[in-house]
Design a protein around this ligand. Structure first.
Ligand SMILES: Cc1cc2nc3c(=O)[nH]c(=O)nc-3n(C[C@H](O)[C@H](O)[C@H](O)COP(=O)(O)OP(=O)(O)OC[C@H]3O[C@@H](n4cnc5c(N)ncnc54)[C@H](O)[C@@H]3O)c2cc1C
Length: 307
């Protein structure tokens, strides 16, 4: 069965939760061999995190590494994979993941499948379900050989122990321009540790501005329900639930969200849920760790004043 190599970038100068430096294990129908390759400038600090990912990990350590060294990473990956027949090289769907993935696919001269939702394998083929743009349709792509893939789904971290090897690699560090994280990339929501999500109860699109301010103060990412993305109050890629993203943050704030099952299916893996709703019978309170019965806009305003 074809192995999957999952590529991660770990730059200590970038906040966790906003880029491709969070491990998302591959929890798919894919039962083949999985391995994580990490490019890093602080291997010792991150070793433990990868040691409990359940997936064999190799950390390529060089203290000069920064995520602006993408050509060095591409070159090293090319050397690793050029002679490996039949392997899938997988990146997060972040700006970094996509740009590295497309560069690597070009130098290896293999297909680049963007936005994959799931990867399965039968005896002879690899089948990738690919999200098509912002529609909810899926395209099934069948592959016979090596390919580069970026994932649209949020992975699940396993907690079993595994090996982590640290090896040195050559990284010239020549492209050391400052990296400015893309605050609103899709990935910052998929992998965020804190999410402030707004629903129809916020009342109008302009209420997403104070919510965005709160997100900045909490180093959080903004999520939303389908009811508001359908109205165009906020971009559809912010939608959490069965029709788009599943998330698993440490803290999930639900402001003015009723808690419909199609929404909660995408956020039940949150470690702590804090809900604000005017209706004390709202279903969201059934899964909330903390609940406030009240006006969400007032609570957001007060939090913004306090923080
Ligand atoms: C096939 C299908 C797929 C779907 N997929 C998704 C999906 O992926 N994601 C998703 O989110 N939904 C999805 N939905 C829609 C889902 O069923 C709900 O309609 C939607 O989640 C409701 O969004 P909401 O909670 O923002 O709005 P509402 O259900 O309208 O709830 C608004 C809540 O705000 C409260 N409220 C009102 N005023 C205030 C205030 N001032 N302060 C605080 N609270 C207030 C109300 O009491 C209410 O509980 C799907 C539906 C279908 C049929």
């Amino acid at each position: 069965m074809v192995p999957i190599y999952y590529i991660q970038l770990e730059d200590k100068n970038i906040d966790e939760g906003h880029n491709s430096n969070n491990l998302a294990g591959l929890d798919s129908n894919f039962k083949g061999k999985k391995e994580v390759l990490v490019f890093s400038n602080h291997a010792t600090e991150i070793k433990d995190k990868y040691a409990s990912s359940g997936v064999k990990t190799t950390i390529y350590q060089n203290e000069n590494f920064s995520v602006t060294n993408l050509p060095d990473v591409t070159n090293t990956l090319r050397k690793i994979f050029v002679d490996k027949a039949n392997s899938l090289i997988v990146f997060d769907k972040s700006n970094l993941g996509n740009s590295l993935g497309s560069q690597l696919a070009a130098v290896l001269n293999v297909p680049f499948i963007y936005n994959a939702k799931d990867i399965c394998c039968d005896q002879d083929h690899i089948i990738v379900n690919q999200d098509i743009g912002k529609t909810q349709a899926l395209r099934k792509v069948t592959l016979d050989d090596k390919a580069v893939i970026s994932l649209s789904c949020n992975g699940v971290v396993s907690h079993s122990k595994n090996e982590v090897d640290i090896i040195d690699w050559e990284c010239a560090g020549t492209n050391a321009a400052a990296y400015v994280p893309e605050a609103n990339s899709d990935n910052d929501l998929a992998y965020a540790k804190v999410i402030v999500a707004g629903g129809k109860g916020l009342g109008s699109p302009d209420k997403f501005k104070p919510l965005a301010t709160l997100a900045q103060k909490l180093n959080a990412s903004v999520g939303a329900t389908k009811a508001v993305t359908d109205q165009g109050w906020i971009d559809k890629n912010r939608m959490i639930g069965i029709s788009n993203l599943s998330v698993a943050p440490d803290v999930y704030y639900a402001f003015g969200i009723s808690g419909a099952v199609q929404h909660t299916a995408g956020m039940t893996k949150s470690k702590c849920v804090i809900a604000v709703n005017t209706d004390e019978a709202a279903p969201i309170f059934k899964l909330a760790n903390y609940g406030i019965v009240g006006d969400a806009n007032q609570v957001i305003k007060q939090l913004n004043e306090l923080l």
